[in-house]
Design a binder for this molecule. Structure first.
Ligand code: SF4
Length: 378
């Protein structure tokens, strides 16, 4: 298949791995964070860490949209689903993410709440059109990639005059999350998380372009390579980052040139800018309260904002104490550091959000058996 098979060629992967080994300084260690859950998934699925030399270390980042939503926002979605006359719709992964007291949208559904899974925002609009007696609330999550479809849904609701459709908006921003990690005590003061470079997101960057990463590449002196989600994309990005680190450069390079430009998708960006504004602060799982890191609907679109229609709880209950998702999302720990990994917590019985989504680090490690390497070496 074009643009797939040629980026999964094992022999080419081996040759890039050999080049990385040859180019990496044997006396140095390279700490590279892949921001995106899509990259974490590719690294686990194709065993890319096994191809890399031991002194090139991958650190999982917070770029899994399901994982970063804190317990309070899951609880708020469950609260909305239980309001009289409400049908709450969202993407499949969100249904199983545990809220506080081990509740989830799936359990709320089992208890009688009207919760439905949709594949697209268009499905949500169709549902609202077909059920005028119900208030259909779309639980919107995700980074810059999923924000434009939410905007399109609101435009459609406006055009159709749908009064029974609204959005519980939880769209978050990639650059703010990267800045928060670089400003975290673990990176800046304590040095417990070493970060030399970033692999930048693929899909997000098709929307925002490569330009937004230029600020922190220069300000924090960390090189960035935007990469696609195929295994050769990731390997090539690692090679480009090793070269930048060796050369002492802090540039934004674009490995995913087949889909990403410097300025991104102007139409999508202008649609989002027209409809959304920055929240002053938004809580992230693992990263805490991050200033200007999420979006809400602007006043002219208030009629479609579920948080203005209902008095949605804004609580911040703590994470399950035994779950290490927060530390994993900050790059401080790995899934196998969690005592519950693979014992109490599995994809069938997730105790934390990182085990729910395919993009979550725990689910990726479990699904592709990355923990077995550890078992063998013990
Ligand atoms: S294995 Fe489960 S409990 Fe442990 S960090 Fe991952 S999601 Fe949380």
């Amino acid at each position: 298949m074009k643009y797939i098979d040629e980026f999964r060629d094992g022999e080419v992967a081996q040759s890039i791995a050999a080049a990385i080994k040859a180019e990496a300084d044997a006396n140095a260690t390279y700490h590279i964070m892949e921001f995106c859950g899509g990259h974490t998934h590719a690294i686990s699925r194709y065993g890319l860490e096994d191809l890399l030399p031991a002194n090139v270390r991958m650190i999982h980042g917070p770029g899994c949209p399901v994982c970063v939503l804190p317990v309070g926002r899951i609880d708020a979605a469950i609260w909305l689903a239980k309001q009289p006359g409400v049908t709450l719709v969202t993407y499949g992964d969100m249904l199983r993410v545990p809220g506080s007291r081990r509740l989830s949208l799936l359990k709320a559904k089992a208890e009688g709440a009207d919760v439905r899974m949709v594949y697209s925002t268009l499905d949500a609009i169709k549902l609202a059109s077909a059920n005028p007696e119900r208030q259909v609330v779309f639980f919107a999550i995700g980074f810059e990639t999923t924000t434009p479809p939410t905007a399109v849904a609101i435009k459609q609701a406006q055009a159709l005059g749908l009064k029974n459709f609204s959005v519980f908006c939880n769209h978050v921003l990639t650059p703010s999350a990267i800045t928060q990690i670089l400003d975290s005590p673990e990176v800046r003061e304590l040095g417990t998380v070493k970060l030399d470079a970033f692999i930048g997101p693929a899909h997000v960057s098709t929307i925002i372009g490569s330009r937004p990463y230029e600020y922190f590449a220069e300000e924090y002196q960390r090189p960035v390579v935007i990469a696609g989600f195929e295994p050769l994309d990731v390997m090539q990005a690692v090679r480009m980052l090793v070269r930048q680190i060796n050369d002492g450069r802090f540039e934004v390079e674009n490995e995913f040139a087949r889909a990403v430009t410097r300025d991104g998708n102007e139409k999508a960006k202008s649609l989002v800018a027209d409809m959304f504004e920055l929240r002053r602060v938004f809580e992230w799982r693992g990263l805490g309260a991050v200033p200007y890191s999420a979006l809400r609907l602007k006043e002219p679109y208030a009629a479609w904002d579920a948080e203005r229609r209902w008095d949605v709880p804004q609580d911040s209950p703590p994470d399950n104490k035994a779950c290490e998702c927060g530390a994993i999302l900050r790059g401080v720990k790995k899934p196998t550091d969690c005592k519950l990994f693979g014992t109490v917590c599995t994809p069938e019985n997730p105790m934390g959000s990182c085990m729910v989504s395919a993009e979550g680090a725990c689910a990726a490690h479990w699904t592709y058996g990355r923990f077995r390497d550890l078992e063998r070496s013990e």
